[in-house]
Design a protein around this ligand. Structure first.
Ligand SMILES: [Zn+2]
Ligand SMILES: [Zn+2]
Length: 151
């Protein structure tokens, strides 16, 4: 597939992208930061985000980005990370389960296409238990949890 010329979201440099919003250098840097944070959390599972920021030197916005990418997951839903649609506290990713289901429905053509009887997205959403996110298979670089404590 053809590479797109994009502007790196972090440093603004133009680069050939295969879908990544960051250039190679920034991507490597983010991976290094992620490993730092992950290792720190492994060693200090009780650490809250402010402590992780302080001890690893990784800015909070990077940690939030890891949460959005679901490379990190908060142990408990917190106001720190809100659903991008309804602002409800979530543990990781971009949307709460409810909005995810609604968005899924919105993206299926069933609504404006000739009726086919049952709407697959809806029945699918009803079958899916709301906590599926936490039991999701770990197929990335180790699903890890960060505990965020208030105060
Ligand atoms: Zn860059
Ligand atoms: Zn939501």
């Amino acid at each position: 597939m053809a590479a797109d010329i994009r502007q790196c979201k972090a440093c603004g440099k133009l680069f050939h992208s295969l879908g990544n919003p960051l250039c190679g250098e920034c991507n490597d840097e983010m991976d290094r930061r992620f490993v730092k944070v992950r290792d720190f959390i492994y060693a200090h599972p009780e650490a809250g985000i402010p402590e992780v920021v302080e001890k690893t030197g990784v800015p909070e916005k990077n940690i939030l980005a890891f949460l959005r990418e679901e490379r990190l997951v908060l142990e408990k839903a917190s106001g720190l990370l809100g659903c991008e649609r309804c602002a409800k506290p979530i543990t990781g990713g971009r949307f709460c389960d409810e909005c995810k289901n609604q968005l899924l429905k919105a993206f299926t053509p069933a609504a404006n296409v000739v009726r086919k009887g049952a709407e697959p997205a809806e029945s699918e959403a009803k079958k899916t238990p709301p906590q599926k996110q936490s039991s999701r298979k770990d197929d990335r670089q180790g699903m890890i949890y960060s505990r965020y404590r208030k105060g």
